[in-house]
Design a protein around this ligand. Structure first.
Ligand SMILES: [Zn+2]
Length: 636
C-alpha cells in the first residue's frame, strides 16, 4: 500500500506541476481528509461549528470542506485518503514578523551566549579566531547580551580591549542576540572610520574617556554587518535560508512577512526567488526592503520603487509589498523612543548611550546637517537621560510614506517600541494615507510595546495593524513589566498606560492585531506560545488569538484571497494538529504540535508516527520531515 501511494504520488506531482494527469483522481482530488475537526476560521463563532472533512485538489486548491458523507465522493482514483481520527485542522499559520535568513547566518564563526561578561568568551574567541573567516574578510559572531558587556564598561574593562586581545589581525564584529548592538575590535572600528568615534546615521558609537568602548548601537550595527556580509556567496545565503525556514514549517506556518530584507546585500533577496523557482520554498512570503537611514532620500526612494513586486498576484509565493523602516530602538539600552525622558532599566544612568538632542527647533523636523538623527525633539528630551533614539525623524518618515504608499503602493512595516515612536509613526501615516481602492494602505507597526492611551484608537481609525509578539523570550512579561514600572516611575510625564504589549487595548478599540514570533530573536516560532499567552493573560479569546496568527496575518500580507481561511477555491495552506486547541486547558496550548503542514497542497512538514508517516501530497520542498518522510518517498 505504501508503495502504491508512493507511485501514485509521483504521478500526482507531475499532475500538480506540469498539468499532465497520468494518475487522474476522482474529481481531480489529490488529498481527502475525513473524520476530523476542520476549523474553517470563516466569520465569527467558527470554533463552535467545525467541519468533518477537507479535500485538496491536484492543483493545490481546496476543493471541498464539509461532511464526511459528501467527501466520500472525492475518494477513489488516485486521491490519497487520510483519516484524521478526530484531529484538528486549521488554516496554515502566518508569522507577520520573523527573520528566517538571519536565523541561520552561517558566516557567524563565534558562538557567544547570554549571561556572560566579555572575558567569559576568551576560550570561544580564541577558538573561532583560529579558524578562517567564512566568506568575508571579517571575523563574525553572535549571541551575547548587551547588558553584560555594559557592566564591563561600567567597571572600566573596555570590550574593545578584550576583543583586541583575541583578534587583532582582521576586523571582528559580534552581533548581540537582540541585534540592536554589536561588539567590535579596533580593526573593525578603523574599517568603519570610527576609531575616534563617529556619528553614524540612526546609530551610536559608544565612547568612554574619549575613546570608543567597542560597543555600537542601532543603525551603526546595520552599517557594520552590511559591510562585513557583502562577500557571502549567494549559494550559501540560499542554503542558510532553507535551514532557517524549517522551524517555521515545523510550527505549521505557511505565510510570513520577512522582518527585514537587505536587497542591497548580496544574495539576500535572490535567495527567496531562487528557492521559489526551484520549488523549494515552503512558505509564501512578503519581502520587506530595508530603508537605510544613512542613504540619501531621493536616490533611495527611487531604488525602493524598483523593488516593488506583486508577482503574478496574491497566489505568488514571493512578493515585495512592504518596506521595513525602524523608528526607534529597544528599551533595555535606552534607544526606544519614549514620550519623556527615561533611564534604561537594565543599567545605571551614567552609561546612557543616547546623546541628548541638540537642536529643538528644526523647521521641517529634519536636522539638515545630519539629515537623519535624534534631534528636533521636545526640549524636555534634550537632557540626559534622553527620550531615546530615532532612526528617522517623524518628518522624514512621513516623506518616505508619501513617496511610496500610493505609487508603487508599498505598505510600511515600522519598528516601534516606545510610545513616542508609536505616536510619530501614526502621525506620519495620518499625514499620508491618501490612497484608496486596491492601494488603500495596510501599514503595520511591529512590536508596539508601549502605546499612549491617546493613540490606542488611532490603529482602528487609521486602518493600521498592530503586530505584537508574545513569545516568552521577547516578552518575559514579569521581568519587563517590573522594569517598565520602574521606568514609568522615573518619567516626569507619565502619559503611557500601564500594560506593555497592549493587544487587548488595541483590539477593544477596533484595531487589527496580528501575533508574530520575531523568530530568531525568539528561538521558537511556535504560534501556540503567543496564542497561549494572549488567552492566559485575558488579552484575547482563543478564537481571536488563532485569527491573529492566521486570518489577520493573511490580510496584512494582502493574501486573504488565497489563504488564511479554509474555503473552496483558496490554496491548500493547512496545518493538522496533534491536539484540538479547543479541547485542552489553556496551560497546555503551547504543547500542541503540528503533525502536517501543507502549502498549496504540498507537504512542507510531516511529523512521523502513526499519523504523519503516510500522509503526503506533492514533494516535501526540502523541508523538515521527522520520522522518515524525507525526500525520496514522494519525490519521485
Ligand atoms: Zn524583528
Amino acid at each position: 500500500m505504501r508503495q502504491l501511494i508512493g507511485l501514485c504520488l509521483s504521478a500526482s506531482i507531475v499532475a500538480l506541476w506540469f498539468t499532465a494527469a497520468p494518475c487522474t483522481a476522482s474529481l481531480d482530488a489529490g488529498l481527502v481528509m475525513t473524520g476530523g475537526k476542520v476549523y474553517t476560521v470563516v466569520g465569527d463563532g467558527w470554533s463552535s461549528s467545525p467541519q468533518e472533512a477537507i479535500v485538496i485538489g491536484l492543483n493545490g486548491n481546496i476543493l471541498y470542506v464539509g461532511t464526511d458523507a459528501e467527501a466520500e465522493k472525492y475518494k477513489g482514483g488516485d486521491a490519497l485518503s487520510v483519516p484524521l481520527e478526530g484531529r484538528a485542522v486549521l488554516p496554515g499559520f502566518t508569522d507577520t514578523h520573523c527573520h528566517p535568513l538571519e536565523a541561520m547566518a552561517s558566516q557567524f564563526s563565534c558562538q557567544l551566549f547570554k549571561e556572560a561578561r566579555a572575558d567569559d568568551f576568551a576560550d570561544e574567541l580564541s577558538r573561532c579566531a583560529g579558524e578562517a573567516s567564512k566568506g568575508t574578510s571579517w571575523l563574525l559572531g553572535a549571541g551575547h547580551d548587551i547588558n553584560e558587556l555594559l557592566k564591563d564598561v561600567a567597571a572600566g574593562r573596555m570590550p574593545v580591549t578584550v576583543l583586541d586581545e583575541k583578534v587583532s589581525d582582521r576586523p571582528a564584529a559580534m552581533l548581540e542576540y537582540q541585534s540592536h548592538s554589536a561588539w567590535l575590535n579596533s580593526a573593525a572600528l578603523k574599517e568603519m572610520g570610527w576609531e575616534s568615534g563617529g556619528t553614524p546615521a540612526g546609530g551610536v558609537v559608544q565612547m568612554s574617556g574619549g575613546s570608543p568602548t567597542g560597543i555600537v548601537f542601532e543603525n551603526a550595527v546595520n552599517m557594520v554587518f552590511h559591510k562585513a556580509s557583502g562577500a557571502i556567496p549567494a549559494d550559501q545565503t540560499k542554503e542558510d535560508l532553507v535551514e532557517g525556514l524549517k522551524p517555521l514549517s515545523r510550527a505549521g506556518i505557511t505565510g510570513i512577512i520577512d522582518g527585514r530584507t537587505y536587497f542591497s546585500r548580496q544574495g539576500n533577496a535572490e535567495a527567496w526567488t531562487s528557492l521559489k523557482s526551484e520549488d523549494r520554498l515552503p512558505v509564501r512570503v512578503v519581502l520587506t526592503p530595508w530603508i537605510h537611514p544613512e542613504k540619501e532620500d531621493d536616490a533611495q526612494i527611487a531604488e525602493l520603487k524598483g523593488y516593488y513586486s506583486t508577482g503574478t498576484g496574491a497566489e505568488d509565493l514571493v512578493r515585495t509589498l512592504q518596506v521595513k523602516i525602524y523608528s526607534d530602538g529597544i528599551i533595555d539600552q535606552g534607544t526606544a523612543a519614549l514620550l519623556s525622558t527615561y533611564s534604561a532599566p537594565a543599567f545605571s544612568p551614567d552609561i546612557i548611550i543616547v546623546p541628548a538632542g541638540t537642536e529643538t527647533s528644526c523647521e521641517d523636523g529634519i536636522d539638515n546637517d545630519n539629515n537623519t538623527l535624534v534631534d528636533c525633539l521636545d526640549p524636555a528630551c534634550s537632557t540626559s537621560p534622553s527620550c531615546g533614539l530615532n532612526y528617522f525623524t517623524k518628518a522624514r518618515l512621513e516623506k518616505y510614506i508619501k513617496a511610496l504608499e500610493c505609487d508603487p503602493g508599498f505598505d510600511f512595516h515600522i519598528h516601534v517600541i516606545g510610545d513616542r515612536a508609536c505616536r510619530e509613526a501614526l502621525d506620519a501615516i495620518q499625514a499620508s494615507n491618501k490612497c484608496s481602492g486596491t492601494k488603500s494602505p495596510r501599514h503595520l507597526l511591529t512590536h508596539v510595546w508601549m502605546v499612549s492611551d491617546a493613540d490606542v484608537p488611532r490603529f482602528g481609525s487609521l486602518g493600521v495593524t498592530a503586530d505584537i509578539q508574545l513569545q516568552d523570550e521577547i516578552s518575559e512579561l514579569d521581568e519587563y513589566n517590573a522594569a517598565y514600572q520602574s521606568l514609568l516611575a522615573t518619567r516626569s510625564n507619565n502619559q503611557a498606560s500601564n500594560n506593555m504589549f497592549p493587544v487587548k487595548r488595541i483590539a477593544d478599540a477596533s484595531g487589527r492585531v496580528t501575533l508574530s514570533s520575531d523568530y530568531d530573536v525568539s528561538p521558537d516560532p511556535n504560534p501556540f506560545i503567543a496564542i497561549k499567552r494572549a488567552v492566559a493573560e485575558g488579552q484575547m479569546t482563543l478564537e481571536d488569538a488563532i485569527e491573529a496568527h492566521g486570518r489577520e496575518g493573511a490580510f496584512a500580507m494582502r493574501a486573504e484571497a488565497v489563504t488564511g481561511t479554509l474555503e473552496v477555491g483558496k490554496r491548500g495552506d493547512i496545518v493538522v494538529l496533534d491536539k484540538d486547541p479547543f479541547g485542552v486547558d489553556t496551560a497546555q496550548l503551547d504543547q500542541i504540535k503540528a503533525l502536517l503542514t501543507l502549502l498549496g497542497g504540498r507537504q512542507t512538514h510531516s511529523q512521523g508516527g502513526e499519523f504523519g508517516s503516510d500522509v503526503s501530497i506533492g514533494t516535501p520542498l526540502g523541508s523538515s520531515s521527522e520520522g522518515g518522510m524525507d525526500g525520496g518517498a514522494a519525490g519521485g
